[in-house]
Every structure is written in C-alpha cells, then in structure tokens.
Design a binder for this molecule. Structure first.
Ligand SMILES: [Zn+2]
Length: 407
C-alpha cells in the first residue's frame, strides 16, 4: 500500500468524536478504526502492538542498531472533529492543481477558491485531495496516521538507515480535548515524541497558551422597582460594571501572535443572580498569572464599591504552555529542525493559540512538540491535503529517526 492508498482507506472510516457521550473512545467508530489499524500494524510485522479498552493503540518498530539510541515516539489522533460529519467521506484528487477554483459540489455550488483560501496558491502544480463538499476530509489527523505508518514501512524497507527503537501511538478523542487524558505515558515509554498533527508544511510547534477559566457569580438584591431606591442591587448591572473594566483590546478579536486575552464566553442572569464566564489565555506564564490576579483585583474592587460581597470569582487553571517542558530538552526541537531541512522543508516555528494534546503529554513527562501533517482548512468541507505535503511529512519522520540515531 502506498501513502496515498493508506490515507484514502483511513478516511473511509467514520471516526467523528462526540462531546456528549462521556465514554472513551467517545464514539464506537473510533474503536472500529483502531482495530483495523491494529491488524495493519501487526501484518506489517511491528512488535508490542497493543490496543487498550480506551482505544489507545501503541506499536514498536525495533531498533536496527546496537548503539544506544533514545526511544522516539510518533503520535496521531484517530478521531475527526465533532464540527462536521466524517461519514461517507468521498475524496477526490485534483491532479496538478492549476491555481483556480475547485468545484467541490456542483449541485450546491460549493467551491474551494483561492479567493477565500489563498493558502491554495502555495500548492499550484501539486496533487490535492479534496472533499465532495458534504463532509470534512479527515486529513486532521488521518494524514498524520498515514504518514507515520508509511514512514515505518519505509524504514523497514531501507535497513541501511540506522535507527533506534521507534514507538507509534494512535489515540482517540483529540478533537474533544481528551486525547491525552488516558494516554499511558509510562507504557508508551519514549524519551520524547512528536504529534504529527500540524497544518502547513514546515510547521513546528512547541509553544501553546497557558489557560484558565474564570467564573464570576454576581449576587443581587431584588426589590420592587417602585421602592428600590438605596435598596436594590441589580446583579446584571454589577456584572456589566465588572465586564467594562476589562480592556477591549485584550480580546481574541483584537490579538494575535504572542498576545494574550480575556475572552468573555457566557453571561446569564436576572436581577437576583448573574453568572459570567471567561477564559484567560497567555503564552507567557508571568503575564498569565498577572491576568488572573487582575481578575481578582477587579472583583475585589467591585465588592469594595458596594461595601459587601456582591461578586465571587472562581479561577481554574486548565493547561500550561509546553515550552517550559521542552526548554530543558531543546535537542528535541533541534532534531526536528535538522530533519525538516534534510527533507527539503523550511521549518516554521509557530506559537499555538490554543492547547494541544502534546502540551498535556509534555506535562505528563513526555516532551511532545507538534509537526505538520500537511492538511489545511481543518474541521470543515473545505479541508484539503496535498499529496506532496504528506510525502514531506513522511520524509521528516524518517529523517528524525535517522538523525536521532546519528547523534
Ligand atoms: Zn488534529
């Protein structure tokens, strides 16, 4: 099987995850796919192939050298986004893309156009795999799985490339933020790993947000409005006053790069009682802590204005920037850099404005940056992946294995 054949087979499995079910994996389709992959890995002659009840599939490509080489893992997720159906995916290959519009579905006039998606223009002359406009494609992250399996096969076929022990990990439920939760890092037993789950060719990510949630409960005092003078406290108005203290410029819609923010995600209430929810994000740990302190300061300020406890704040840390876990082991990044260059790919380091499974794994003791898998426009009908990008990702995996052994 080629990389392309593998990818096309993988996207035929419906593995959409769900936030509703509360079980792992969140949907049975993921287990069906995991079993298929397990059979494939076994038939390829991989060792230590294990699939646990939660749908985590691990396997080993043994070392082909007697030298002491660190154990490196490659990880990808089997689920697709809950945002759009991944059932009955009907991929089409646009050969030698000419830079024009691609009609995905003529009936419904769904067009993948460089006018809306200028990133297409970086792939003129390549072979793009697109959808029929009715589902997502699932390159996120089946491209990653196809690349990892194909890289391992390549290494098997090229024994002249010396490498240490390589571990493979395929997990469920990344798209609902639970991919790392039940990932058994001890059993995986790697010195470090890479998730193959980024987008455009060259992407290399080892920084993500520090993240917290903030819940504010405003308590009012309802009195008949005709007799309310100096008695009523309207919790809606108190909440509004609090919200007006936070800077307009520090919101998701006004920030990018390394700029953090306060993001108002929910308000509900009446005169008596109002709840307000925020998420707080910042790459920098010091600024992140300062943002939480600022929230507390503003809550205290509002309480002082009213001379009583009208608001209580509950802060909860959600995840942290993996950079602090990666910095002590920067060779993990250096090797990825060198591997990309050796594979003819220009590395492009990008700070993730969100979280990743890799961040959670890094804090569980498995340093785990993220590398491109080549797909673009994730989570919707406009998703596509150039075959050449998948080949580059596969080559990067091979080079990482080779360079790790050579060092
Ligand atoms: Zn993904």
């Amino acid at each position: 099987m080629t990389l392309l054949e593998r990818f096309l087979k993988y996207v035929s499995f419906d593995t959409q995850s769900s936030e509703e079910t509360g079980v792992t994996p969140s949907t049975p389709g993921q287990m069906v796919f995991a079993r298929y992959l397990k059979d494939e890995l076994e038939s390829l002659g991989l060792q230590e192939v294990t699939l646990d009840d939660n749908g985590y599939l691990f396997a080993t490509l043994p070392a082909n050298t007697d030298e002491e080489v660190p154990v490196v893992g490659f990880i990808a997720h089997m689920d697709t986004s809950p945002d759009m159906s991944g059932k009955g995916v009907s991929p089409r290959i646009v050969r030698n893309y000419d830079g024009g519009d691609i009609t995905l579905c003529a009936d419904e006039n769904i067009v993948l156009s460089p006018a809306q998606f200028p990133e297409l223009l970086a792939h003129v002359g390549e072979d793009l795999i697109v959808t029929d406009g009715k589902t997502l494609l699932g390159a996120d992250d089946k491209a990653g799985i196809a690349e990892i399996v194909s890289a391992v096969v390549y290494l098997q076929q090229h024994p002249e490339i010396k490498h240490g022990k390589i571990r493979i990990g395929f997990n469920p439920d990344e798209e609902i933020g639970l991919g790392a939760h039940k990932f058994d890092v001890e059993k995986f037993a790697c010195d470090w790993a890479y998730t193959m789950d980024g987008g455009e060719v060259g992407e290399l990510e080892f920084e993500n947000f520090n993240a917290a949630s903030a819940k504010l409960l405003f308590k009012g005092r309802n009195v008949h409005p005709g007799y309310a003078k100096n008695k009523m406290i309207n919790s809606l108005r108190v909440a509004n006053r609090f919200m007006s203290f936070l800077p307009d410029s520090e919101t998701p819609e006004h920030t990018d790069g390394y700029e953090g923010f306060y993001h108002l995600i929910g308000v509900s209430g009446d005169v008596e009682r109002t709840t307000v929810s925020y998420i707080i994000r910042d790459h920098d740990r010091v600024r992140f802590e300062a943002r939480k302190a600022e929230m507390q300061r503003l809550a205290d300020l509002v309480n002082a204005e009213y001379g009583e406890q009208v608001v209580t704040l509950e802060l909860k840390d959600q995840y942290y920037n993996m950079r602090q876990q990666i910095e002590p082991v920067m060779h993990v990044i250096d090797i990825a850099f060198e591997a990309m260059k050796a594979a003819g790919v220009e590395p492009h380091v990008k700070a993730i404005r969100g979280g990743t499974d890799g961040a959670q794994l890094s804090f569980k003791g498995l340093p785990c940056p993220n590398i491109f898998a080549g797909g673009l426009n994730f989570h919707g009908r406009y998703e596509f992946v150039p075959i050449q990008s998948m080949e580059k990702a596969m080559n990067v995996i091979v080079k990482i294995a080779e360079l790790t052994a050579a060092r």
